[in-house]
Design a protein. Sequence first.
Length: 417
Amino acid sequence: MIEFFKEPNIDWMGKAKYFFTLSGLLLLIGWSAIFLKGGIKYGIDFKGGTNVDVRFAKAPNIDELRKGLQAQGLGNSEIQSISDIANPNSNEVLIFVEQAGNTDQALDEGKSKVLNALNAAYSVNASSKPDFNSITSSSLANFLSQKDPLGLSVGAGDRYTQLAKSLLGYRDKESGGVVTSFDDLGRVPGVTPAVVSAVKDGFSLAPFAIRNVEIVGAKVGGELRNQAIRVTLYALAGMLVYIAFRFQWVYGAAAVIAVFHDVLITLGLFKIFGFEISLTVIAALLTLVGYSMNDTIVIFDRIRENSRLLRKEPFADVVNKSINQTLSRTILTSGLTFLTVLVLFLMGGQVLRAFAFALVVGIVVGTYSSFGIAAPLVVAWNKWRGQGAAVGTGTAAGNKTRGTEGGQPRLAPAGRR
């Protein structure tokens, strides 16, 4: 393996007080900002909002669409492309705007905001002619009855009602909800050139159509938030059990405390830099938990190996040596991963900015906590246990005899207690 340092001899445990001070300052600054500035900033995934399903005639430019929404005051909206195996080129997106309420009025307001933003982004003049791609069957039937392009005098209403249903059926089924040319309507049975001409004179064609609008309430958002917290806690509990079984319980506790430390610092920095917590950020935080725990386990495993080989050395020296031996590996893996997510943060666009930021911060803090928080906590525990055993009797003295050799604490082999 590539080695960046040849036999480094850094006294990491001698600097533990500086690590704890640095972490304390980061936690204090971050969580002071959270408490003083209105708490954690949640994304609309968790706050609830209006979900607008929009289909386009051509594949939309997501960046341009997002700029159009920002220009209309909808900068916090989320845009998600929709595709499936049956229709991979549906040109359909979901636009999720912030919660405005749970009433029909809120539903209409959310739809109107998105529609105004789309009209502005695609230079559609909504005050000219009605949009054929958003017209209802009854409105189209009334229009045709008034124009009477077929020259009917008796039973015109029923005939045009059926004709309106046929036209909109073609729009919704054959054209995927968006008609791009009025001439295509001539393919509908019963539609004459006069009907096409009347429709062309009375309507316009927008390059998009709103297919569905629904509200996702704040209660659903709260349930998602609670589920995300539970998933994170379950992951930490599982890791605690694994490390306690693989090493000793104190190592599992130290590793979990270090991971909590990573997540809390990341949340504080999210508040300071104004990023929102969304479902994708939760995924990044879970990734951070696994990455930090992996690096910690690598160091703990080397400590276990060295505790067998260096039984007469002080435990703090064994830990220092273990961290130094894994230093090149840590720099290689963490450094390359950091560069990758840094590029993602700088060039991944607005939609991935918060996700990438969580990974950038998480890799730095997670790597640091492995040797700056988790390892010093184990050393502090063993030091405290040794001092207690030195002056104690009975069980404490027996624990010292079993857990130390040469007066120094050492780590028990896997599977033994």
